[in-house]
Design a protein around this ligand. Structure first.
Ligand code: MG
Length: 309
């Protein structure tokens, strides 16, 4: 049984993290806490770097596209998700991952575009499929672990040819699924790891271990492993949605995505009511390519509600 408070927490929590982190992208660690030393300031959702206050980025925009495709087709229709991504990608979104943009605009069919990109470039383990996973995690949660993790891998593979990205996205889906059911997702990590592709298991075991710290990362947190590890670390070392997301943004680097992933998981754990209203009030999600649509809190809540129904 999926709690609607938690489902809404996952979808809105991810969007809020994305918007809170966006102005700090590529900055050094500690920038957020230097500007906002104490929680509770009214202007934390500050905008900047081309982003309006409360404006969500590509992470949430793509998550909305995935969620709406799942609802309109009553399930996973991969060519449709890819087509929605393409329509968005050619409509000048303010931000789009380099790899995602290439895969969506190189003219290849949906089922080979990412694989071809990976064959040519060899590196494709960015966090760009992990960042957009909150909506599909909510949608598939009712179907249990295997369906959830398999769906995660397939959606990830639309833009990411490296199976490391599929596995990280699958782990996130399963963490959210367990949280929605009221279980302790972090306590289940050893069990979840047994369902990860053996080729990738050790590397995820490293970044998800209780002793791992974001300073231990061997890549920039735009890569899938430290991004997921940092999100789990932020949730593990805090006791509220707000503190987890603050910690995530304060890590610096790919702040919008690390905070979107953190916020999706923390929102699933603590529920919608744990997300500060001073963060949800200015929240808005433009959808380039879709007739000027902008989703605000009521539309995101409606989406979450239907995904969990
Ligand atoms: Mg982004």
């Amino acid at each position: 049984m999926i709690g609607h408070q938690r489902a809404a927490g996952a979808v809105v929590g991810s969007a809020v993290g994305d918007a809170l982190g966006a102005p700090f992208e590529f900055g050094p660690a500690g920038t957020y806490s230097a500007r906002f030393p104490l929680p509770g300031s009214d202007d934390e959702m500050c905008g900047g770097g081309g982003w309006e206050a409360g404006e969500a980025t590509d992470d949430t925009q793509m998550a909305v596209l995935v969620g709406e495709s799942l609802l309109e087709h009553g399930g996973l229709e991969l060519p449709d998700i890819f087509a929605r991504f393409q329509r968005w990608a050619v409509s000048e979104p303010k931000d789009i991952g380099l790899q995602t943009e290439d895969v969506l605009t190189n003219g290849m069919p949906w089922n080979v575009a990412a694989a071809v990109h990976f064959q040519v470039n060899l590196r494709a383990a960015g966090n760009g499929s992990l960042m957009r996973a909150a909506t599909s995690a909510v949608y598939f949660a009712r179907n249990g672990r295997q369906v959830t993790m398999d769906a995660a891998r397939k959606i990830a593979a639309l833009t990411h040819g490296d199976s490391a990205a599929w596995e990280g996205t699958a782990i996130f889906h399963e963490l959210v699924r367990l949280a929605l059911e009221g279980d302790d997702p972090l306590a289940a990590l050893p069990e979840i790891l047994t369902h990860v592709d053996p080729h990738h298991r050790d590397r995820y075991a490293t970044v998800l271990a209780p002793t791992w710290h974001p300073d231990d990362a061997t890549e920039f947190n735009g890569a899938v492993w430290p991004c997921l590890g940092s999100a789990v670390w932020a949730v593990r070392t805090t006791t509220s949605y707000e503190d987890a997301v603050r910690m995530a943004v304060d890590l610096g680097g790919d702040t919008d995505t690390v905070a979107a992933v953190t916020g999706g998981l923390a929102g699933a754990i603590y529920g919608l009511n744990a997300i500060p209203t001073r963060w949800t009030e200015p929240l808005h999600v433009p959808l380039p390519g879709y007739g000027g649509r902008v989703l605000r809190l009521p539309e995101l809540l409606d989406l979450a509600h239907r995904l969990a129904a």
